[in-house]
Design a protein around this ligand. Sequence first.
Ligand SMILES: Nc1ncnc2c1ncn2[C@@H]1O[C@H](COP(=O)(O)OP(=O)(O)OP(=O)(O)O)[C@@H](O)[C@H]1O
Length: 583
Amino acid sequence: MLKTLGAQVKEFKKASVLTPVFMILEVIMETVIPLLMASIIDDGVEKGDISHIYAVGGWMVAAAAVGLFAGVMGGKFGARASTGFARNLREAMFENIQTFSFANIDKFSTAGLVTRLTTDVTNMQNAYQMILRMCMRAPASLICAMVMAFTINVKLASIYLAAVILLGTCLFFIMNNATKYFQQAFPKYDDMNASVQENVSAIRVVKAYVREEHEISKFHRASGNIYKIFVKAERNLTYNAPLMQFTVYGCILLICWLGAKMIVGTTLTTGELMSLLAYCMNILMSLMMLSMVFVMITMSIASARRITEVLNEKSDLKNPEAPLYEVKDGSIEFRHVDFAYNKESEKPVLQDITLSIRPGETIGIIGGTGSAKTSLVNLISRLYDVTSGQLLVGGKDVKEYDMETLRNEVSVVLQKNVLFSGTILENLRWGNKEATKEECMEACRMACADEFIEKMPEGYETHITQGGSNVSGGQKQRLCIARALLKKPKILILDDSTSAVDTATDSKIRRAFKEEIPDTTKLIIAQRISSVENADRVIVMEDGRIDGFDTPQNLLETNAIYREVYESQTKGGGDFDEKAGEE
Ligand SMILES: Nc1ncnc2c1ncn2[C@@H]1O[C@H](COP(=O)(O)OP(=O)(O)OP(=O)(O)O)[C@@H](O)[C@H]1O
């Protein structure tokens, strides 16, 4: 953990070293000042020596100025190192997250990653700043003040020692108890962020189902859990300040009482008594600082652990050592492929899949909900790896390709497609940043997106809001298809990507594919039989297995599921699940 986090501080090594150095310099000045003050009182004020007051007073001002300078510089370097550390952590985490496979993301959950990138990093930033500024300063100040107190008067200094031991022990138990609660708060932040994220991304569904009250109470629960934890933690911390004050005043009273007696007995001077009182404050302030550092460190351990988990997470999809950078063609072959999301699960989602697809073929894939159609196509671009068996693209195992090369050749229009905030043109160029406007328009024409884009007042410069909420479902799907086409892939996968497009436009798109990208292998997952009936062959999926793989005409004669769905949809117009479920 330390090695991983240490790598992110390297850049700020100088600032990380200079901060404690300046803080110690500040402590030295803080220790010297009461001594000078004692000299002013004993040798200047009491003896009426004005020149001594001026001379020592000058040194005192100089020491205070050096202390001020050291404090400011320490603060400045500390802030630079801690904010830089936080920036590096955020960026390193974000970069590593970009390498994550779907399985890695599933492991952490999106909300969990957001909390780690925000709350946990801020926590580490505060802790690091505190550590740099206080970790050396507080013990140094405590030790210096204690040594000075003992040099002045052993008897009175022993009172400090007793107070430090007593107060230190109390603070340790209080802070330890509070920290326990602080550590519990982070997983609760994950829950709250998950609730916010889910609500915001599904706000339309929430409104459509009038579930605002339900969502509010769900959020209140998540937020309330954090509140409860903090109340418990803070309840512990409320003892700190009164306990400190009580000890400080107690010590001052005792020192004044005993000190006054000693002054009368001439075993102590007034100046020494004043320095002792100043050291009393230094000692107790250092204790307070140490207890805060203790809380920050223990709290940050939980965050550090959560951040390190993300930084050390390696994508379970590895690029081969000597990768292939060229995919020969769009042929696909599954050889006895099994696949499970959870390796420990008893039954794989895909079982013994064996099939072969020729380059340029149009393959329809149909099957009931959960029959593993998406899981099947996700393996082709290595969004997940097969659990057993082998998957070949262009005659080579997908694991032999450079991942970027493979994914550039396999274009997937996901079921849950996403548009980003930006113009239509910018969104299209996500598929290929080099694409000219003409190429974008050509792709839109093929995806039948040109008609509605040209009707928009700003055409291709129309701004899309986040998530594509200002375009209709069908328009969004067509834009996503155009974006996928711009990659000019050897394999194009449409995962239920025309479900919101009317049947006439759907067939127009498929015709354009056949005529204009004949060499591209097309895999079309669909619920509508009309979307696959002109395919070269159709895969019928049933419960993670292939129930049939043939031309639509042959399937009509040989495959009961296909025939039933065909008949029900052409005669009755129902969808796949309704009819398959009636079997
Ligand atoms: N990320 C995941 N983690 C664990 N299980 C998953 C995951 N995604 C899908 N599954 C499970 O795998 C099975 C197949 O899901 P898949 O999405 O491949 O089916 P599908 O045929 O595409 O369904 P649909 O037509 O509804 O999209 C389902 O039982 C589903 O619960």
